[in-house]
Design a binder for this molecule. Structure first.
Ligand SMILES: NC(=O)c1ccc[n+]([C@@H]2O[C@H](COP(=O)([O-])OP(=O)(O)OC[C@H]3O[C@@H](n4cnc5c(N)ncnc54)[C@H](O)[C@@H]3O)[C@@H](O)[C@H]2O)c1
Length: 283
């Protein structure tokens, strides 16, 4: 396969913005696609700010910031993705949304292009089955904030072939990340282990065992976690946490994954964490 030059990114939220940032910084042309121009404009502002932060730390020159920004094309028109040799889907964590995206990506992108998903929990195998190229579909799971976190969890779907895996592993290294290989299973490794911790922390607050601050301090001071589970939940987004817990609950069929009613109520109230200004803490 010729080297990857043009990368399509679908979804310009928290993760899509970070993924666009790291690809552009590494010299790839990025076509960033979302459903509304205002989301794209907001995303570009965020990317500029974060690239500027890297420049302030001496990691990039101002010229490199300018070059990286200029490599990002914003669009609400999916046909613009026809030139992409690689795509990363980073849209909302709903199977219906992602399966629709995989169907149109399959129709629009060249037959050789690899289609990756940044899903936190949805079956890569099932998304691959929406396409006519299941051997070229893979999970490429970045962590928030993408420009900072070293890990990419690479998820092999049942039909993912070795060539696809090798390309995505090498690409992750090119982006300055450390790839870790896992097989397809609900929540993979990261969220299968992390979400029950966050959920149980929410149960302790709901049951009045401790305050959110106290729960977080137990993990920071007692287990040397850089941030407590509820601060982390606010950072991830409580809606994203509930969505992932539902996927784990449904996919693994074990009641231990049922979302804590307090988390569900907070999401119903629009308290989504940092992004909405209120979650377990106020921002
Ligand atoms: N937030 C995290 O910490 C985190 C970490 C790793 C992975 N993820 C995963 O990354 C994905 C995105 O999460 P996020 O936190 O960036 O969510 P987000 O809500 O910030 O962004 C999602 C974006 O997708 C867009 N979108 C929805 N439908 C679309 C469509 N049909 N076409 C194009 N764009 C569409 C939305 O408009 C929104 O801008 C999810 O699958 C999530 O599970 C999230």
């Amino acid at each position: 396969m010729p080297p990857i030059q043009n990368v399509g990114i679908i979804g310009a939220g928290t993760m899509g913005s970070g993924i666009a940032h790291v690809f552009a910084r590494s010299g790839f042309n990025v076509i960033l696609c979302d459903i509304e121009q205002s989301f794209l404009d907001k995303s570009l502002t965020r990317i500029r700010t974060n690239l500027g932060r890297e420049a302030a730390k001496g990691k990039l020159t101002s010229e490199e910031v300018e070059l990286a920004t200029n490599r990002i094309q914003l669009t609400t028109d999916r046909s613009k993705l026809a030139v992409a040799d690689f795509a990363v889907e980073a849209a909302s964590e709903r199977f219906e949304i992602k399966s629709d995206i995989f169907r149109w990506l399959d129709a629009i992108l060249p037959p050789k292009a690899i289609l990756a998903t940044n899903t936190s929990s949805i079956s890569v195998t099932k998304l691959a089955a929406q396409t006519g190229r299941p051997t070229q579909v893979i999970g490429m799971h970045f962590f928030n904030p993408v420009p900072v976190m070293a890990l990419v969890e690479i998820i092999r779907g049942l039909q993912t072939d070795q060539a696809t895996f090798d390309i995505v592993r090498d690409l992750s290294i090119q982006l300055g990340k450390t790839p870790i290989e896992v097989n397809d299973s609900p929540g993979f490794v990261s969220n299968r282990v992390l979400m029950p911790l966050i959920n149980e922390a929410a149960f302790t607050v709901m049951e009045g065992v401790a305050t959110a601050e106290a729960v977080d301090q137990v993990f920071q001071l007692g287990m040397a976690h850089p941030m407590g589970p509820l601060t982390l939940a606010d950072f991830i987004g409580l809606d994203v946490c509930v969505d992932i817990l539902r996927v784990l609950h449904q996919g693994l069929g074990d009641p231990k994954y049922r979302p804590c009613p307090l988390l569900v109520r907070m999401v119903d109230a629009g308290w989504l964490g940092r992004k909405s200004g209120r979650g377990f803490y106020s921002y």
